[in-house]
Write a protein that binds this ligand. Structure first.
Ligand code: FES
Length: 132
């Protein structure tokens, strides 16, 4: 039996300026059953790209709200001093049920194994390309 591997597509999707620091761009590549929707994020100067399919139930995770990770501050006695957003991380929250992903790792911080599928992304000469 022979199997075929779909040909990877290297696609120019945007200008570098379309994804500013802490910004995001969602692009659809192709059409029909071969279409892939990709969320591209920039954080700390680097680009990260993920397939726009939530690990929970397939929702459009890359199109949700962007927030810093929520951390609880504790005093010496481990009593809560309240919650705060950690601006050293950048998360995207799936709009369907709230699964949250670190945009640099694609992983949910609290659900082991729940992660987005990484898409290769490259930037050169003011253009952004992805490989799907
Ligand atoms: S589909 Fe994303 S949180 Fe449920």
């Amino acid at each position: 039996m022979t199997t075929t591997t779909p040909q990877a597509r290297d696609v120019d999707v945007a200008a570098s300026g379309d994804v500013p620091e802490r910004g995001r761009l969602v692009v659809e590549i192709g059409s029909g059953p071969d279409a892939v929707t990709v969320g591209i994020f920039r954080f700390g100067g680097r680009l990260h790209a993920w397939e726009n399919v939530c690990a929970h139930q397939g929702g459009p995770a890359c199109q949700g709200r962007i927030v810093g990770r929520v951390r609880e501050r504790l005093d010496e006695g481990k009593r809560s001093l309240g919650l705060r957003f950690d601006e050293d991380t950048m998360h995207v929250v799936c709009p369907w049920h709230g699964y949250e992903y670190d945009v640099t790792t694609g992983r949910h911080p609290g659900v082991p194994g729940a992660s987005l599928r990484r898409i290769e992304v490259a930037e050169a000469e003011g253009r952004i390309r992805v490989t799907v």
